[in-house]
Design a binder for this molecule. Structure first.
Ligand code: UD1
Length: 417
């Protein structure tokens, strides 16, 4: 198994480019199932989750051609195998995103029911309830969701919890349904706007993406299009936290400050000086960070996918911070690992109380999920001595060439087999 070895204590300096967003690219690739014509997606990041999604789409009958430069062309002229098997869904829960498009286009779908995962139970009941409201007949048998619908129809669907992939799944399904679908209490994440823009380029009629009410008027068919994936706001935020924690100065290209207002506010509160314009962000940190309280909530509030990284920053900040996780019930797994590096953290329910100390100690730690892994990388960068991170396959699911980008910023980091 591969590991990352980090010699801490080097402030990050320099310039790197941010990749396309994983959480936007995954639903965008699934949108290809909605049309028999070609869909070209640019700026697709080279990540394990993307490879898994492309394998899944291929085995369903989609033709995929990918250039080395992040350009992927998909053509789902005929769907031959309407199944998402357990082996794929268990490694990537976002595979559930094929359910809505497959059902809307082909009238049936069979998808392994995702189980719980390291960060929580993560049911998909709202995806299923929404499709049932649109006329689908759905049964769970032998661990699989079996869905059939001759023709989906429009419906008014009120989510009782804000769900990102749930909103995306139903928005895609509704594009080909008969009549109008209204999604209320919809997720407002920028990735939903990105998906809606691509669907509109394919001929879909969608209004309100980015607000909590999305209205989709079904059309008989969609056509081919070309779309460029938005920048990854979580990768952007992770590098900004790493620069703040190490007292560095970095310039990020191909990103967008407007995508992460809540994160930039917290970094400014911690003492960072941030400038941005158009598609770049510059961050300078010349003081010891101040502790910042964080409470996760759906967009535009502070993202759960940045919680673990801020935990590491608070470990060496001046003062005490409370980090409250409200989205997932088990997303504080990194605390135990950070404590092995001497961090002072107490967990009470869904909150962690972090008291800043002078420095972390390098140690052997284990990555437990994607963003927890990122927090351990940041902890390794600020620790005294050597940190060895095991199980880094989690990182490769969501960060493109992380050690290459960190090395370009001066970090002492290498990967070993
Ligand atoms: C997406 C993101 C993930 C991010 C999360 C929250 C992708 C591919 N992944 O995950 O990186 O951490 O949003 O911002 O975009 N829930 C239900 N029933 C459902 C669906 C969700 O109870 O049918 C609950 C979940 O258990 C969780 C909450 O709703 O507690 C939000 O989850 P959701 O927004 O659906 O997360 P994902 O879309 O899986």
């Amino acid at each position: 198994m591969q590991k990352l070895i980090i010699q801490g204590g080097v402030p990050l300096h320099g310039e790197i480019s941010i990749s396309g967003a994983k959480n936007a690219a995954l639903p965008l690739l699934c949108a290809a199932l909605l049309t028999g014509e070609s869909l070209k997606i640019n700026n697709v990041p080279a990540l394990h989750d993307i490879t898994t999604m492309l394998s899944l789409l291929k085995q369903m009958g989609t033709t995929v051609s990918a250039s080395g430069a992040g350009e992927v062309t998909l053509s789902a002229a005929t769907l031959t195998h309407l199944v998402a098997p357990y082996e794929m869904v268990k490694t990537m829960r976002a595979a559930i995103l094929v359910l809505g498009p497959m059902l809307a286009r082909a009238g049936e779908a069979e998808i392994s029911l995702p189980g719980g995962c390291a960060i929580g139970l993560r049911p998909v009941d709202l995806h299923i309830k929404g499709l049932q409201a649109m006329g689908a007949d759905i049964h769970i048998r032998h661990g699989y969701i079996h869905a059939v619908a001759k023709k989906l129809h429009g419906a008014r669907i009120v989510f009782d919890i804000v769900t990102v992939t749930g909103t995306e799944n139903l928005m895609m399904a509704a594009t080909l349904a008969e009549g109008t679908t209204i999604l209320e209490n919809a997720a407002r994440e920028p990735e939903i706007i990105d998906l809606a823009n691509c669907l509109k380029a394919m001929g879909a009629k969608i209004q309100g993406a980015g607000t909590d009410i999305i209205t989709i008027e079904g059309v008989p068919s969609l056509h081919g299009a070309e779309h460029t994936v938005m920048p990854d706001r979580i990768e952007t935020g992770t590098f900004l936290v790493a620069a703040t924690a190490t007292g560095g100065e970095i310039h990020l290209k191909n990103t967008d400050a407007h995508l992460l207002d809540a994160v930039l506010d917290k970094l400014t509160e911690a003492g960072a000086r941030i400038d941005s314009n158009g598609n770049w962000i510059n961050l300078k940190m010349h003081t010891k960070p101040k502790s910042v309280n964080v409470r996760t909530a759906p967009y535009p509030a502070f993202p759960t996918d940045m919680q673990a990284q801020f935990m590491s920053l608070n470990c060496i900040a001046d003062g005490t911070a409370i980090i409250t996780e409200t989205i997932f019930e088990n997303r504080l797994m990194h605390v135990q690992e950070l404590k092995r590096m001497n961090a002072s953290i107490e967990v009470e329910g869904n909150a962690a109380i972090v008291t800043g100390i002078a420095h972390l100690d390098g140690a052997n730690v284990m990555a437990t999920d994607l963003r927890a892994s990122a927090s351990l990388v940041i902890a390794g960068l600020i620790a005294q001595g050597e940190t060895v991170i095991d199980r880094i396959y989690h990182l490769d699911r969501g960060y493109e060439n992380i050690e290459g980008k960190l090395s370009a910023l001066g970090a002492q980091i290498r990967r070993i087999q």
